[in-house]
Design a protein around this ligand. Structure first.
Ligand code: BG6
Length: 478
């Protein structure tokens, strides 16, 4: 029955992008250099993203995917018109910090950068597309990395809050939904991309990462406070790289290990949503010998200014074992996980688990009792256009429709309140983990390859019309 299958009225269907993966124009309009601008593609990418390899600028021996990306900076009008044609109700984008504050520590923002996002939001509003804005998506001004060591420094809180206040004041009548940090738990896994942190040999890496996490958590709460002051109607969300962890066997040791793995991630959202460090985390930090420096007022700030909704990315579930001999890494995933024999995987080894989305949604809602927003999900795949440039991406349609059905079950059968769904990379963009163009997620093909060659021409794929029908039927065709 079609009626029973439709999503709640007002459900926000759309797509998601991040500035550094789509905009390009990396030095235009007064923009300064950001962490992502010095992260190359190729074999050095991972060591740089994790903070093991120190880079301060670009060199001729590497390619830098953010520099041109898909040139959204100049083509946003065409791209947003295509999103509107699909019927998008919302578009998730992120702000490039160094367009607004090129070095990060200026007192006055850069007007050209602010004007760019005004144009982007106006284009959205023209089509009644609700912007959903991530303030920091893997993006720290390089100047702040070089002068204060990125988020390892407490001073970042003030720089971030200043940025947030400028954005809230400027766009208070155009944007209602804000996310403070993309995948805030990423700082533990890829500290340079997550927080502009790199390490010197001999440093206590865990100590630095958790202190930086504390700074981001305080900054998130302080920005939430500022948001509500500036416009009480704003809705502020946290953002977790989610995906529940399964136990490799029903041995209680494995089940306990899976619970602990999930807590490594929940830790962040426990603070942002419940307003305090959970006791398990405090005990663990103590056991690890990590001493957090908290300033007076931090606890109060965290307690009072919690988020309104829980947003998350979901690509895969995870699998773990208490037995170190069993633990091997799956390919290409920053979250260490065993291979689940019940699941197929993408060409990049990301395991495909639609029911895992329903499990994750239920777990998050059970824990936080706040509305969810799925702000990333999708299949990174190799697309091969035919002689007319058309991509028949049935594999992507299959992936997305299975996940959407699982989401529908979570909403309609299990009763999980959910604000919306923005699939990742709604137009092909560069991959965050590999820097490749070849790993495509979009409904719209962009003519550009891994070497940087291509006309940048946009061509709707088969999934474009399919998603259009999903949206116009409010999920009824699924
Ligand atoms: C998330 C990030 O981790 O996954 C995105 O928020 C990223 O920035 C997405 O692009 C997909 O990962 P990848 O590596 O396939 O681009």
């Amino acid at each position: 029955n079609k009626q029973q299958n439709t999503f709640p009225e007002g459900f926000l269907w759309g797509g998601a992008l991040a500035a550094n993966q789509c905009e390009g124009a990396y030095l235009e309009g007064g923009k300064g250099l950001s962490t992502v601008d010095v992260i190359p593609s190729g074999k050095d990418r991972f060591p740089v993203m994790s903070g093991e390899m120190v880079v301060n600028t670009c060199d001729e021996n590497h390619q830098y995917p953010s520099h041109e990306a898909i040139d959204f900076y100049h083509r946003y009008e065409e791209d947003i018109a295509l999103f509107a044609e699909m019927g998008f109700k919302t578009l998730r984008i992120s702000i490039s910090w160094t367009r607004i504050f090129p070095k990060g520590d200026e007192t006055m923002p850069n007007e050209a950068g602010l004007a760019f996002y005004d144009r982007v939001f106006d284009a959205c509003i023209k089509y009644k597309i609700e912007p959903l804005v991530t303030i920091a998506h893997f993006d720290v001004p390089m100047h702040l990395v070089q002068t204060i060591g990125g988020w390892r420094s407490r001073e970042m809180v003030d720089h971030y809050v200043k940025l947030s206040e400028v954005l809230f004041n400027r766009y208070k009548d155009k944007v209602k939904y804000w996310l403070t940090f993309n995948e805030i738990n990423m700082i533990l896994h890829l500290p340079f991309i997550g927080g502009g942190i790199r390490f010197e040999s001999g440093e206590n890496v865990e100590q630095i990462k958790y202190q930086a996490a504390h700074h981001q958590l305080v900054a998130s709460a302080a920005a939430t406070a500022a948001a509500k002051r500036i416009n009480p109607a704003f809705q502020i969300g946290c953002m977790l790289a989610a995906g529940n962890t399964y136990a490799n066997t029903c041995a209680p040791e494995d089940v306990f290990e899976a619970m602990c793995k999930d807590r490594e991630n929940y830790f962040f959202i426990d603070v942002q949503s419940r307003g305090a460090y959970p006791q398990y985390a405090l005990n663990q930090l103590k056991q690890k010998g990590i001493k957090l420096t908290m300033l007076e007022g931090d606890e109060e700030m965290l307690k009072v200014h919690t988020v309104d909704f829980i947003s998350f990315s979901y690509y895969a579930s995870r699998l773990t074992s208490a037995d170190p001999a069993v633990m091997t890494q799956t390919e290409g995933n920053v979250f260490s996980s065993l291979k689940n024999p019940y699941l197929k995987a993408s060409e990049w080894g990301w395991q495909i688990d639609p029911l895992g989305l329903r499990i994750t949604m239920n777990a998050l809602y059970d824990r936080y009792q706040k509305p969810l927003f799925i702000v990333e999900n999708g299949l990174g795949a190799v697309d091969t256009p035919d002689e007319n440039g058309f991509v028949s991406d049935d594999y992507r349609i299959a992936y997305l429709s299975e996940h959407m059905k699982a989401m529908r079950d979570a909403i309609l059968v299990d009763g999980v309140p959910t604000l919306g769904y923005t699939s990742w990379g709604c137009i092909d963009i560069v991959s965050a983990s590999t820097g490749e163009m070849k790993k495509r997620y979009g409904y719209i093909y962009v003519d550009k390859d891994n070497t940087g060659a291509g006309s940048l021409k946009r061509t709707p794929k088969k999934s474009f019309n399919w998603y259009k029908e999903v949206i116009s039927s409010n999920g009824g065709i699924l």
